[in-house]
Ligand binder design. Structure first.
Ligand SMILES: Cc1cc2nc3c(=O)[nH]c(=O)nc-3n(C[C@H](O)[C@H](O)[C@H](O)COP(=O)(O)OP(=O)(O)OC[C@H]3O[C@@H](n4cnc5c(N)ncnc54)[C@H](O)[C@@H]3O)c2cc1C
Length: 407
Protein backbone atom coordinates (compact mmCIF):
# COMPACT_ATOMS: atom_id res chain seq x y z
CA UNK A 1 0.00 0.00 0.00
CA UNK A 2 1.37 3.40 -0.99
CA UNK A 3 0.94 4.99 2.41
CA UNK A 4 3.96 6.82 3.76
CA UNK A 5 2.99 10.05 5.49
CA UNK A 6 -0.07 10.57 7.69
CA UNK A 7 -1.37 13.82 9.24
CA UNK A 8 -3.89 13.80 12.11
CA UNK A 9 -5.61 17.05 12.98
CA UNK A 10 -6.64 17.19 16.64
CA UNK A 11 -4.95 15.77 19.73
CA UNK A 12 -8.08 14.40 21.36
CA UNK A 13 -8.51 10.68 22.07
CA UNK A 14 -9.46 9.90 18.45
CA UNK A 15 -6.51 11.61 16.75
CA UNK A 16 -3.86 10.55 19.27
CA UNK A 17 -4.90 6.92 19.52
CA UNK A 18 -5.08 6.58 15.75
CA UNK A 19 -1.60 8.14 15.47
CA UNK A 20 -0.21 5.59 17.97
CA UNK A 21 -1.66 2.66 16.02
CA UNK A 22 -0.71 4.14 12.63
CA UNK A 23 3.02 3.95 13.41
CA UNK A 24 2.74 0.15 13.00
CA UNK A 25 1.14 0.18 9.54
CA UNK A 26 3.66 -1.25 7.07
CA UNK A 27 5.17 1.47 4.84
CA UNK A 28 4.29 4.39 7.13
CA UNK A 29 7.31 6.64 7.70
CA UNK A 30 5.82 9.75 9.33
CA UNK A 31 2.82 10.30 11.60
CA UNK A 32 2.26 13.90 12.69
CA UNK A 33 -0.50 15.24 14.94
CA UNK A 34 -1.43 18.94 14.69
CA UNK A 35 -3.20 20.46 17.69
CA UNK A 36 -4.36 24.06 17.89
CA UNK A 37 -4.17 24.27 21.70
CA UNK A 38 -0.98 24.54 23.74
CA UNK A 39 0.42 21.42 25.37
CA UNK A 40 -1.24 20.89 28.75
CA UNK A 41 -4.03 23.43 28.04
CA UNK A 42 -7.23 22.78 30.04
CA UNK A 43 -9.57 20.25 28.43
CA UNK A 44 -12.58 20.33 30.68
CA UNK A 45 -13.71 17.79 33.22
CA UNK A 46 -13.87 14.01 33.33
CA UNK A 47 -15.47 11.43 31.06
CA UNK A 48 -16.83 8.00 31.97
CA UNK A 49 -15.97 4.76 30.21
CA UNK A 50 -16.76 1.09 30.64
CA UNK A 51 -14.91 -2.23 31.01
CA UNK A 52 -15.55 -3.20 27.36
CA UNK A 53 -13.35 -0.30 26.27
CA UNK A 54 -10.49 -1.62 28.40
CA UNK A 55 -10.66 -4.97 26.56
CA UNK A 56 -10.59 -3.30 23.16
CA UNK A 57 -7.61 -1.11 24.03
CA UNK A 58 -5.78 -4.04 25.63
CA UNK A 59 -6.11 -6.01 22.37
CA UNK A 60 -4.33 -3.36 20.28
CA UNK A 61 -2.07 -1.44 22.67
CA UNK A 62 -1.39 -3.09 26.06
CA UNK A 63 0.84 -0.23 27.35
CA UNK A 64 -1.94 2.34 26.94
CA UNK A 65 -4.45 -0.10 28.50
CA UNK A 66 -2.07 -0.43 31.45
CA UNK A 67 -1.87 3.38 31.79
CA UNK A 68 -5.70 3.60 31.78
CA UNK A 69 -5.89 0.85 34.41
CA UNK A 70 -3.36 2.60 36.64
CA UNK A 71 -4.96 6.03 36.62
CA UNK A 72 -8.68 5.40 36.10
CA UNK A 73 -11.17 6.19 38.84
CA UNK A 74 -13.85 3.61 39.63
CA UNK A 75 -17.27 4.94 40.63
CA UNK A 76 -19.84 2.66 42.24
CA UNK A 77 -23.65 2.68 42.00
CA UNK A 78 -26.05 5.02 40.29
CA UNK A 79 -28.14 7.28 42.51
CA UNK A 80 -31.27 9.15 41.43
CA UNK A 81 -32.37 11.90 43.84
CA UNK A 82 -35.63 13.78 43.45
CA UNK A 83 -36.08 16.70 45.82
CA UNK A 84 -34.45 14.79 48.68
CA UNK A 85 -35.82 11.23 48.05
CA UNK A 86 -33.34 8.74 46.66
CA UNK A 87 -33.22 5.47 44.68
CA UNK A 88 -29.94 3.57 44.34
CA UNK A 89 -28.95 0.97 41.72
CA UNK A 90 -25.94 -1.32 41.74
CA UNK A 91 -23.53 -0.37 38.97
CA UNK A 92 -19.92 0.55 38.42
CA UNK A 93 -17.81 2.16 35.74
CA UNK A 94 -14.64 4.13 35.22
CA UNK A 95 -13.88 7.81 34.78
CA UNK A 96 -10.86 9.93 34.00
CA UNK A 97 -10.11 13.63 33.59
CA UNK A 98 -9.86 14.55 29.91
CA UNK A 99 -6.61 16.34 30.67
CA UNK A 100 -5.03 13.22 32.21
CA UNK A 101 -6.27 11.00 29.37
CA UNK A 102 -4.66 13.34 26.85
CA UNK A 103 -1.38 13.34 28.79
CA UNK A 104 -1.28 9.51 28.85
CA UNK A 105 -1.98 9.41 25.10
CA UNK A 106 0.64 12.09 24.33
CA UNK A 107 3.29 10.22 26.35
CA UNK A 108 2.49 6.96 24.59
CA UNK A 109 2.41 8.63 21.15
CA UNK A 110 5.85 10.15 21.65
CA UNK A 111 7.17 6.79 22.88
CA UNK A 112 6.20 5.14 19.57
CA UNK A 113 7.57 7.95 17.40
CA UNK A 114 4.57 10.19 16.66
CA UNK A 115 5.49 13.85 16.06
CA UNK A 116 3.08 16.21 17.84
CA UNK A 117 2.88 19.91 16.99
CA UNK A 118 0.91 21.82 19.63
CA UNK A 119 -0.11 25.44 19.05
CA UNK A 120 -0.63 24.65 15.38
CA UNK A 121 -4.08 25.25 13.96
CA UNK A 122 -4.80 23.78 10.53
CA UNK A 123 -7.13 26.24 8.83
CA UNK A 124 -7.22 24.75 5.37
CA UNK A 125 -6.85 21.23 4.04
CA UNK A 126 -4.44 22.59 1.43
CA UNK A 127 -1.88 23.12 4.23
CA UNK A 128 -1.55 19.34 4.43
CA UNK A 129 -0.60 18.76 0.82
CA UNK A 130 2.05 16.05 0.55
CA UNK A 131 0.40 13.74 3.08
CA UNK A 132 -0.98 10.45 1.76
CA UNK A 133 -3.75 10.40 4.36
CA UNK A 134 -5.34 13.17 6.44
CA UNK A 135 -7.31 12.15 9.53
CA UNK A 136 -9.77 14.81 10.67
CA UNK A 137 -10.04 14.26 14.41
CA UNK A 138 -10.79 17.92 15.03
CA UNK A 139 -13.90 17.45 17.12
CA UNK A 140 -17.57 18.31 16.99
CA UNK A 141 -17.10 21.63 15.14
CA UNK A 142 -14.60 20.14 12.67
CA UNK A 143 -13.37 22.77 10.21
CA UNK A 144 -11.79 20.16 7.92
CA UNK A 145 -15.13 18.38 7.51
CA UNK A 146 -16.58 21.58 6.08
CA UNK A 147 -13.94 21.56 3.34
CA UNK A 148 -14.84 18.01 2.28
CA UNK A 149 -18.13 18.25 0.37
CA UNK A 150 -18.24 14.47 -0.10
CA UNK A 151 -19.04 13.81 3.58
CA UNK A 152 -22.37 15.72 3.58
CA UNK A 153 -22.70 16.75 7.22
CA UNK A 154 -25.96 17.13 9.13
CA UNK A 155 -26.02 18.77 12.58
CA UNK A 156 -29.16 18.77 14.74
CA UNK A 157 -29.44 20.45 18.12
CA UNK A 158 -31.40 19.08 21.06
CA UNK A 159 -33.98 21.23 22.88
CA UNK A 160 -32.49 21.16 26.39
CA UNK A 161 -29.76 23.44 27.66
CA UNK A 162 -26.70 22.10 29.47
CA UNK A 163 -23.53 23.49 30.98
CA UNK A 164 -20.41 21.40 31.66
CA UNK A 165 -19.08 22.28 35.13
CA UNK A 166 -16.74 20.80 37.70
CA UNK A 167 -16.68 20.71 41.50
CA UNK A 168 -14.30 19.59 44.23
CA UNK A 169 -17.11 17.57 45.83
CA UNK A 170 -16.44 13.85 45.34
CA UNK A 171 -19.46 12.09 43.86
CA UNK A 172 -18.24 8.53 44.34
CA UNK A 173 -21.55 7.25 42.86
CA UNK A 174 -22.87 8.37 39.48
CA UNK A 175 -25.52 10.76 40.79
CA UNK A 176 -28.50 12.37 39.07
CA UNK A 177 -29.96 15.02 41.44
CA UNK A 178 -33.29 16.53 40.27
CA UNK A 179 -34.23 19.77 42.01
CA UNK A 180 -37.40 21.79 41.70
CA UNK A 181 -36.86 25.57 41.43
CA UNK A 182 -39.33 28.45 41.03
CA UNK A 183 -38.69 28.23 37.25
CA UNK A 184 -39.11 24.45 36.95
CA UNK A 185 -36.86 21.38 37.20
CA UNK A 186 -33.07 21.34 36.89
CA UNK A 187 -30.88 18.28 37.22
CA UNK A 188 -27.24 17.29 37.11
CA UNK A 189 -25.13 14.37 35.85
CA UNK A 190 -22.44 14.17 38.56
CA UNK A 191 -19.55 11.73 38.95
CA UNK A 192 -16.03 11.83 40.34
CA UNK A 193 -13.16 11.33 37.90
CA UNK A 194 -10.35 11.19 40.46
CA UNK A 195 -9.43 12.41 43.91
CA UNK A 196 -9.42 16.02 42.64
CA UNK A 197 -13.09 16.34 41.86
CA UNK A 198 -16.18 15.59 39.85
CA UNK A 199 -17.87 16.44 36.61
CA UNK A 200 -21.14 18.26 37.25
CA UNK A 201 -23.18 18.78 34.07
CA UNK A 202 -26.33 20.80 34.74
CA UNK A 203 -29.23 20.30 32.34
CA UNK A 204 -32.66 21.85 32.10
CA UNK A 205 -35.44 22.58 29.65
CA UNK A 206 -35.42 25.73 27.50
CA UNK A 207 -38.49 27.00 29.43
CA UNK A 208 -36.87 26.67 32.86
CA UNK A 209 -33.60 28.11 31.56
CA UNK A 210 -35.42 31.25 30.43
CA UNK A 211 -37.76 31.42 33.44
CA UNK A 212 -34.73 31.54 35.78
CA UNK A 213 -33.08 34.20 33.64
CA UNK A 214 -30.13 31.91 32.91
CA UNK A 215 -30.14 33.25 29.35
CA UNK A 216 -29.14 36.67 30.68
CA UNK A 217 -26.74 35.89 33.55
CA UNK A 218 -22.96 36.22 33.37
CA UNK A 219 -20.63 33.41 34.46
CA UNK A 220 -20.32 34.30 38.17
CA UNK A 221 -24.04 34.91 38.64
CA UNK A 222 -24.78 31.62 36.83
CA UNK A 223 -22.48 29.66 39.14
CA UNK A 224 -23.90 31.28 42.29
CA UNK A 225 -27.48 30.57 41.18
CA UNK A 226 -26.69 26.91 40.38
CA UNK A 227 -24.80 26.52 43.68
CA UNK A 228 -27.91 27.66 45.52
CA UNK A 229 -30.19 25.32 43.50
CA UNK A 230 -27.90 22.33 44.22
CA UNK A 231 -26.83 23.45 47.72
CA UNK A 232 -27.98 20.17 49.35
CA UNK A 233 -25.94 18.04 46.94
CA UNK A 234 -22.80 20.21 46.88
CA UNK A 235 -22.34 20.40 50.68
CA UNK A 236 -20.84 23.88 50.42
CA UNK A 237 -18.48 23.07 47.53
CA UNK A 238 -18.24 25.50 44.65
CA UNK A 239 -19.08 24.91 41.00
CA UNK A 240 -16.33 25.79 38.56
CA UNK A 241 -16.32 26.69 34.87
CA UNK A 242 -13.70 25.33 32.51
CA UNK A 243 -10.73 27.71 32.37
CA UNK A 244 -11.25 28.56 28.72
CA UNK A 245 -14.91 29.46 29.39
CA UNK A 246 -14.61 32.00 32.21
CA UNK A 247 -15.63 34.98 30.09
CA UNK A 248 -19.05 33.57 29.22
CA UNK A 249 -21.40 31.03 30.77
CA UNK A 250 -21.37 28.46 27.95
CA UNK A 251 -24.81 26.94 28.04
CA UNK A 252 -25.20 24.75 24.98
CA UNK A 253 -27.73 22.60 23.22
CA UNK A 254 -26.24 19.20 22.43
CA UNK A 255 -25.24 19.03 18.75
CA UNK A 256 -25.71 15.63 17.13
CA UNK A 257 -23.40 15.28 14.12
CA UNK A 258 -24.03 12.82 11.29
CA UNK A 259 -22.16 12.46 8.00
CA UNK A 260 -23.50 10.43 5.10
CA UNK A 261 -19.89 9.45 4.29
CA UNK A 262 -16.96 9.33 6.71
CA UNK A 263 -14.32 9.72 4.03
CA UNK A 264 -13.67 11.99 1.05
CA UNK A 265 -10.64 11.25 -1.11
CA UNK A 266 -7.62 10.87 1.20
CA UNK A 267 -9.52 12.39 4.18
CA UNK A 268 -11.04 10.23 6.95
CA UNK A 269 -13.22 11.52 9.79
CA UNK A 270 -12.66 10.08 13.26
CA UNK A 271 -14.43 10.64 16.61
CA UNK A 272 -16.67 13.67 17.17
CA UNK A 273 -15.85 15.03 13.70
CA UNK A 274 -17.61 11.94 12.31
CA UNK A 275 -20.46 11.56 14.81
CA UNK A 276 -21.62 12.61 18.25
CA UNK A 277 -23.87 10.78 20.68
CA UNK A 278 -25.65 12.56 23.53
CA UNK A 279 -23.41 12.98 26.59
CA UNK A 280 -25.93 11.14 28.77
CA UNK A 281 -24.82 7.80 27.25
CA UNK A 282 -21.13 8.53 27.99
CA UNK A 283 -19.84 6.99 24.75
CA UNK A 284 -18.02 9.68 22.77
CA UNK A 285 -14.53 8.74 23.92
CA UNK A 286 -15.14 5.02 23.42
CA UNK A 287 -16.46 5.63 19.91
CA UNK A 288 -13.48 7.85 19.05
CA UNK A 289 -11.05 5.13 20.23
CA UNK A 290 -13.01 2.45 18.37
CA UNK A 291 -12.87 4.53 15.18
CA UNK A 292 -9.11 4.80 15.58
CA UNK A 293 -8.77 1.04 16.04
CA UNK A 294 -10.94 0.24 13.01
CA UNK A 295 -9.23 2.75 10.72
CA UNK A 296 -5.76 1.44 11.60
CA UNK A 297 -6.90 -2.17 11.08
CA UNK A 298 -8.38 -1.45 7.64
CA UNK A 299 -5.21 0.39 6.60
CA UNK A 300 -3.11 -2.58 7.70
CA UNK A 301 -5.23 -5.15 5.89
CA UNK A 302 -6.65 -3.56 2.70
CA UNK A 303 -4.69 -3.59 -0.58
CA UNK A 304 -5.12 0.17 -1.21
CA UNK A 305 -5.81 3.28 0.87
CA UNK A 306 -9.08 3.81 -1.02
CA UNK A 307 -10.26 0.27 -0.19
CA UNK A 308 -9.24 0.73 3.45
CA UNK A 309 -11.18 3.99 3.78
CA UNK A 310 -14.26 2.51 2.13
CA UNK A 311 -14.16 -0.50 4.48
CA UNK A 312 -13.62 1.75 7.50
CA UNK A 313 -16.55 4.03 6.69
CA UNK A 314 -18.99 1.18 6.13
CA UNK A 315 -17.96 -0.75 9.24
CA UNK A 316 -18.10 2.19 11.61
CA UNK A 317 -21.34 3.67 10.28
CA UNK A 318 -23.02 0.31 10.93
CA UNK A 319 -21.40 -0.12 14.34
CA UNK A 320 -22.60 3.34 15.40
CA UNK A 321 -26.29 2.55 14.86
CA UNK A 322 -26.92 0.89 18.23
CA UNK A 323 -25.25 3.59 20.33
CA UNK A 324 -26.75 6.37 18.20
CA UNK A 325 -30.24 4.91 18.72
CA UNK A 326 -29.69 4.66 22.47
CA UNK A 327 -28.36 8.22 22.54
CA UNK A 328 -31.44 9.53 20.70
CA UNK A 329 -33.73 7.77 23.20
CA UNK A 330 -31.69 9.02 26.14
CA UNK A 331 -31.61 12.65 24.92
CA UNK A 332 -35.36 12.57 24.20
CA UNK A 333 -36.02 11.13 27.67
CA UNK A 334 -34.18 14.01 29.34
CA UNK A 335 -36.15 16.47 27.19
CA UNK A 336 -39.35 14.97 28.61
CA UNK A 337 -38.28 14.95 32.29
CA UNK A 338 -41.22 17.16 33.39
CA UNK A 339 -43.61 14.40 32.15
CA UNK A 340 -42.09 11.72 34.40
CA UNK A 341 -40.60 13.49 37.39
CA UNK A 342 -43.79 13.60 39.49
CA UNK A 343 -43.99 9.77 39.56
CA UNK A 344 -42.91 7.95 42.74
CA UNK A 345 -39.12 8.25 42.95
CA UNK A 346 -38.53 4.49 42.50
CA UNK A 347 -40.58 4.41 39.27
CA UNK A 348 -39.03 7.62 37.99
CA UNK A 349 -35.54 6.31 38.72
CA UNK A 350 -36.30 2.98 37.00
CA UNK A 351 -37.41 4.89 33.88
CA UNK A 352 -34.24 6.97 33.99
CA UNK A 353 -32.00 3.91 34.23
CA UNK A 354 -33.90 2.23 31.35
CA UNK A 355 -34.25 5.40 29.22
CA UNK A 356 -32.25 3.94 26.31
CA UNK A 357 -35.10 1.47 25.65
CA UNK A 358 -37.80 2.79 23.41
CA UNK A 359 -40.67 1.21 25.35
CA UNK A 360 -39.52 2.88 28.58
CA UNK A 361 -39.62 6.26 26.86
CA UNK A 362 -42.70 5.93 24.66
CA UNK A 363 -44.89 3.93 27.04
CA UNK A 364 -43.62 4.39 30.60
CA UNK A 365 -46.77 2.88 32.18
CA UNK A 366 -46.47 -0.28 30.05
CA UNK A 367 -42.75 -0.50 30.74
CA UNK A 368 -43.21 -0.22 34.50
CA UNK A 369 -46.00 -2.86 34.43
CA UNK A 370 -43.73 -5.21 32.45
CA UNK A 371 -40.89 -4.48 34.82
CA UNK A 372 -43.07 -5.38 37.83
CA UNK A 373 -43.87 -8.68 36.12
CA UNK A 374 -40.16 -9.45 35.93
CA UNK A 375 -40.10 -9.62 39.71
CA UNK A 376 -42.52 -12.62 39.59
CA UNK A 377 -40.24 -15.67 39.03
CA UNK A 378 -41.77 -17.57 36.04
CA UNK A 379 -43.37 -14.55 34.36
CA UNK A 380 -40.12 -12.67 34.85
CA UNK A 381 -38.15 -15.25 32.89
CA UNK A 382 -40.67 -15.05 30.02
CA UNK A 383 -40.74 -11.23 29.94
CA UNK A 384 -36.95 -11.00 30.11
CA UNK A 385 -36.64 -13.56 27.34
CA UNK A 386 -39.01 -11.51 25.15
CA UNK A 387 -37.20 -8.23 25.90
CA UNK A 388 -33.79 -9.80 25.20
CA UNK A 389 -35.01 -11.21 21.86
CA UNK A 390 -36.41 -7.78 20.94
CA UNK A 391 -33.13 -6.09 21.84
CA UNK A 392 -31.13 -8.54 19.74
CA UNK A 393 -33.33 -8.13 16.68
CA UNK A 394 -34.04 -4.38 16.82
CA UNK A 395 -30.60 -3.05 15.73
CA UNK A 396 -30.49 -5.46 12.79
CA UNK A 397 -33.89 -4.27 11.59
CA UNK A 398 -33.85 -0.59 12.52
CA UNK A 399 -30.29 0.29 11.31
CA UNK A 400 -30.65 -0.91 7.70
CA UNK A 401 -34.20 0.47 7.54
CA UNK A 402 -33.05 3.91 8.67
CA UNK A 403 -30.16 3.89 6.19
CA UNK A 404 -32.55 2.93 3.36
CA UNK A 405 -34.96 5.72 4.28
CA UNK A 406 -32.20 8.35 4.50
CA UNK A 407 -30.93 7.60 0.96
C1 LIG B 1 -20.97 17.63 28.34
C2 LIG B 1 -20.24 16.46 27.72
C3 LIG B 1 -19.97 15.35 28.49
C4 LIG B 1 -19.30 14.26 27.92
N1 LIG B 1 -19.09 13.17 28.70
C5 LIG B 1 -18.54 12.08 28.13
C6 LIG B 1 -18.35 10.89 28.90
O1 LIG B 1 -18.68 10.82 30.08
N2 LIG B 1 -17.79 9.82 28.29
C7 LIG B 1 -17.39 9.86 26.98
O2 LIG B 1 -16.89 8.85 26.47
N3 LIG B 1 -17.54 10.97 26.23
C8 LIG B 1 -18.10 12.07 26.77
N4 LIG B 1 -18.25 13.19 26.03
C9 LIG B 1 -17.78 13.19 24.64
C10 LIG B 1 -16.26 13.22 24.50
O3 LIG B 1 -15.72 14.31 25.22
C11 LIG B 1 -15.90 13.32 23.03
O4 LIG B 1 -16.71 12.40 22.31
C12 LIG B 1 -14.45 12.96 22.76
O5 LIG B 1 -13.59 13.90 23.39
C13 LIG B 1 -14.20 12.95 21.26
O6 LIG B 1 -12.84 12.83 20.99
P1 LIG B 1 -12.24 13.41 19.66
O7 LIG B 1 -10.80 13.01 19.66
O8 LIG B 1 -13.06 13.04 18.51
O9 LIG B 1 -12.39 14.99 19.74
P2 LIG B 1 -11.93 16.07 20.87
O10 LIG B 1 -11.63 15.42 22.16
O11 LIG B 1 -12.96 17.13 20.84
O12 LIG B 1 -10.58 16.63 20.28
C14 LIG B 1 -10.54 17.44 19.13
C15 LIG B 1 -9.22 18.22 19.14
O13 LIG B 1 -9.04 18.86 17.90
C16 LIG B 1 -8.44 20.13 18.12
N5 LIG B 1 -8.71 20.95 16.92
C17 LIG B 1 -9.91 21.38 16.48
N6 LIG B 1 -9.78 22.06 15.33
C18 LIG B 1 -8.46 22.07 15.04
C19 LIG B 1 -7.68 22.64 13.98
N7 LIG B 1 -8.26 23.30 12.97
N8 LIG B 1 -6.34 22.49 13.98
C20 LIG B 1 -5.74 21.80 14.98
N9 LIG B 1 -6.42 21.25 16.04
C21 LIG B 1 -7.76 21.38 16.05
C22 LIG B 1 -9.13 20.62 19.38
O14 LIG B 1 -8.40 21.64 20.03
C23 LIG B 1 -9.21 19.32 20.20
O15 LIG B 1 -8.07 19.17 21.01
C24 LIG B 1 -18.90 14.29 26.56
C25 LIG B 1 -19.16 15.42 25.79
C26 LIG B 1 -19.85 16.50 26.35
C27 LIG B 1 -20.16 17.70 25.50
Amino acid sequence: MALMRIACVGAGPGGLFFAILATRIPGVTDVTVYEQAAEGAPRGWGVVFWPDLMDQVEAVDPPFAEALRTFRYTWRDQVVEVDGSEARFTASGFAMGRHLMQKLLVDRAREVGVRIEFDRRIGRLAELEGYDLVVAADGVRSGLREQAPGVRTEVTEGRNRYIWLGTEKQFSSFTFPFVHSPGGWLWAHAYAFGEAGSTFIVETTEETWRALGLDTLGPDETLRLLESVFADQLDGHKLVLQEDARETAPWRRFATVRNSSWTDGPLALVGDAAHTTHFSVGSGTRLALEDAIALARHLEQAPTVAAALAGYGTERAEALEVTAGQARSSAAWFEAVPQYVERPVRDFARLLIERRRLVARRAPGLYLALHRLTTVPVLGALVNHGLAAGRAIAPRVIGPLRRRLSR
